[in-house]
Design a binder for this molecule. Structure first.
Ligand code: GLN
Length: 192
C-alpha cells in the first residue's frame, strides 16, 4: 500500500512518521504526477488558505479532485476544510466532501485545547476502549453534513468534529500530533 501526504504546508511530516510506525510507505505530494500509483492521500493540518493557494499554484486542484473521486482521502483540521464543499469564505476548496465547516470555530491559537473523545469507529481497528485523545488547534467545526455523510464523533455539546463519507474522512483535530496510531489505522482500513 502506498499513501501520499500532501506536502504543501503544515503537519505532513508528522503524518509520515505515523505511517512509518505502521510500516506503510508514504510519499510527499507536491505535483500532480506524484498522485500516480497512490492508494490514498492524507491532507495535513496547517492553514487551509495557504494549502489551497499553493494547490492552485502547483496545478493540483483538479488532479486532487479527480483522485478523490476514486481514492481514499483524509483531511485533518485545515485538511478537512480543504476537503469540504463550503467554508463560508472565498478560498480554493476541493469540494469533495458534503460537509459545511466553520473555520476557527473555537477562537484563536490560545483557545486551542485537548479532550478525550469516544470514537466508536475505532473499535474496528483495536480492542481498546475507543477513547481518543484529540488535539484541537484553531480548529474548524463540521457545522452540517450531507445525507451520505456519517458522523464519527461530536463534542459533548453536539458539534461534529469527525465525519466519513464513504472513502473520505475529515477530522477537526490532529491524530498525527499524538502517539496514538489508531486513527491512521482506521484510515488505512478505509484505503483497503
Ligand atoms: N485555522 C486553520 C484554518 O482555518 C486550521 C488550523 C489547523 O489545521 N490546525 O485553515
Amino acid at each position: 500500500m502506498k499513501i501520499g501526504v500532501l506536502a504543501l504546508q503544515g503537519s505532513f511530516l508528522e503524518h509520515q512518521v505515523m505511517l512509518q510506525r505502521l510500516g506503510v510507505d508514504s510519499v510527499q505530494v507536491r505535483l500532480p504526477q506524484q498522485l500516480d500509483a497512490l492508494d490514498g492521500l492524507i491532507i495535513p493540518g496547517g492553514e487551509s488558505t495557504t494549502i489551497g493557494k499553493l494547490a492552485v499554484d502547483f496545478g493540483l486542484l483538479e488532479p486532487l479532485r479527480q483522485f478523490g473521486k476514486e481514492h481514499a482521502m483524509w483531511g485533518t483540521c485545515a485538511g478537512s476544510i480543504f476537503l469540504s464543499k463550503d467554508a463560508h469564505r472565498e478560498q480554493p476548496l476541493l469540494g469533495l466532501m458534503d460537509i459545511q465547516v466553520e473555520r476557527n470555530a473555537f477562537g484563536r491559537q490560545v483557545d486551542s485545547f485537548e479532550i478525550d473523545l469516544e470514537i466508536p469507529a475505532l473499535k474496528t481497528v483495536s480492542a481498546e476502549t475507543p477513547i481518543f485523545h484529540s488535539i484541537f488547534i484553531r480548529a474548524p467545526l463540521i457545522e452540517s453534513v450531507g445525507k451520505d455523510v456519517e458522523t464519527l464523533v461530536a463534542l459533548p455539546n453536539g458539534k461534529i468534529v469527525a465525519a466519513r463519507q464513504g472513502h473520505l474522512l475529515a477530522t477537526s483535530f490532529h491524530p498525527e500530533l499524538t502517539e496514538d496510531a489508531r486513527f491512521h489505522r482506521y484510515f488505512l482500513e478505509v484505503v483497503s
